[in-house]
Design a protein around this ligand. Structure first.
Ligand code: PHE
Length: 450
């Protein structure tokens, strides 16, 4: 199978997902990753907990799902990469700028994402060598601080991660990955559930649950709302073309609506579980909730240390997390590679290595300079993705033609009963809400803190 796929790719025919499960696995593979397990808890911790969670959930279902569906529609209709898709559906119009922004965002995200994936790889090695055993929070934090201080070691391991991603994308063995993910991701899920159980049974855990589930709207700042929006887009891989590109590989017989809902539900479920695993422990161990990007990397080994079979679970967890990160990184690289190979007519292997080569420099800078890392992290999630999403829904809602949208949604032969609601959201609700959040965070509205 690998070989036929490779041949297909070499001949530059468009590849497709095998079936319903393949589509959901690939899109969920993109969505589920470090965003759920590393980024979600740290952003939630910085933004006050439960009230943030509520806003986040609202954004996922009111905006995330419709944006995802719009991307699927655009991609599947155009059968093309993210820039080509707009050139095809709106010839002679500047909408393809959305695609250019998307490619820019893909490079930016891939750069800092690979750094965090590198830390995860290093953690898997450390766990394998049993290096965390018996260490307390302070000692674990020292390990994390040394690892992330921008050593060349972390650079090399980051490049290793990028190279693995590139190998998979260039040889087109995604199908193989897809197949394993179907077994591996449920295993990751089981370990997270076990982590949750251990975490909520720690002494002092209830404060963490309160933090996560008892909203204090006084803590909901303007900035927190923007962060929730950014995190919703980041976690669902929206606003930069991943879902449009994957949409172009979805067969006409698949239901786009069901796919969007299943992917969003699975993704959200994993993020919330990650929160339940982390916060009780954060409070029990006296870690600062606003610790930042290190939050999870300091907390997790401490939970494993308190767990029966901790060594086994820690090793498995970090390996599975790397695989989750890989399927997300693959989707980021795929956006660029699909563009390079289709529009610039490069062969797929050259396209992959050029795109990867171009990522290495910014990624090294992210590994070495925390400020650049943060800038890339925050700008891509809080600005580029929501802005991309805003333009995407405006395009699908106002410019693509409702008939075409409907036809694409119903291509599987079933009526899209949600059509009116969907159109209302993408025409009015989502664009207005995104615009308001932006204006609000620019201080142009006087909403202040709720
Ligand atoms: N959604 C991925 C995650 O949560 C990250 C990602 C963002 C992937 C944007 C593709 C595009 O880990």
């Amino acid at each position: 199978m690998v070989f036929t796929l490779k041949k297909q790719i070499m001949e530059n025919n468009r590849d497709g997902f095998s079936g319903k499960f393949g589509v959901i696995a690939a899109a969920a593979g993109s969505a589920i990753g470090l965003g759920n397990i590393w980024r979600f808890p740290y952003i939630l911790g910085e933004n006050g907990g439960a009230a943030f969670l509520l806003v986040y959930l609202l954004f996922i279902f009111v905006m995330g799902v419709p944006v995802m569906l719009s991307e699927f529609v655009i991609g599947r209709k155009a059968q093309s990469n993210i820039i080509g898709a707009f050139k095809k559906t709106a010839p002679g119009k500047p909408w393809y700028i959305i695609g250019i922004m998307g490619i820019g965002a893909a490079f930016m995200i891939l750069s800092f994402y690979s750094v965090v994936a590198g830390w995860t790889l290093e953690y898997a090695f450390l766990a394998l060598k049993n290096n965390f055993a018996g260490k307390d929070i302070v000692e674990i934090k020292t390990i994390y601080d040394n690892l992330t201080a921008g050593s060349w070691n972390s650079v090399i391991i980051m490049i290793l991660f990028l190279a693995i991603t590139a190998l998979i994308v260039s040889f087109g063995i995604q199908k193989g990955i897809e197949r394993y993910s179907k077994i591996l991701m449920p295993m990751l899920f089981i370990i997270i559930v076990l982590l949750c159980i251990r975490s909520i049974t720690l002494a002092g855990a209830s404060d963490g649950l309160n933090f996560l589930f008892k909203p204090d709207f006084g803590k909901l700042t303007t900035n927190a709302i923007l962060q929730a929006l950014g995190q919703a887009f980041f976690s669902l891989s929206l606003g930069m073309g991943v879902m449009a590109t994957y949409g172009s590989y979805i067969k006409k017989s698949e239901s786009l609506g069901k796919t969007a809902i299943s992917v969003s539900l699975t993704d959200t479920c994993i993020a919330v579980l990650a929160g339940v695993a982390i916060f009780p422990a954060v409070f029990a161990f006296g870690i600062e909730q606003g610790e930042g990007p290190g939050l999870v990397f300091v907390t997790l080994p401490a939970i494993f240390n308190q767990m029966f079979g901790g060594y086994f679970f820690a090793v498995s967890f970090f390996i599975l997390l790397i695989i989750a990160a890989l399927t997300s990184a693959i989707s980021l690289l795929e956006v660029v590679v699909a563009y390079f190979s289709e529009e610039l007519k490069l062969n797929r292997i050259a396209a992959t290595w050029i795109a990867t080569g171009a990522t290495i420099m910014p990624a090294i800078i992210c590994a070495k300079y925390g400020a650049v890392f943060n800038f890339f992290d925050k700008t891509s999630s809080n600005v580029l993705l929501p802005l991309g999403g805003l333009l995407i829904v405006i395009f699908a809602g106002w410019f693509m033609g409702l008939n075409k949208v409907r036809k694409e949604l119903e291509a599987d032969g079933r009526p899209a009963r949600y059509f009116k609601v969907f159109i209302f959201i993408i025409r009015f609700l989502a664009p207005i809400a995104i615009a308001l959040v932006f204006l609000n965070s620019l201080g142009l509205m006087n909403a202040g803190n709720f």
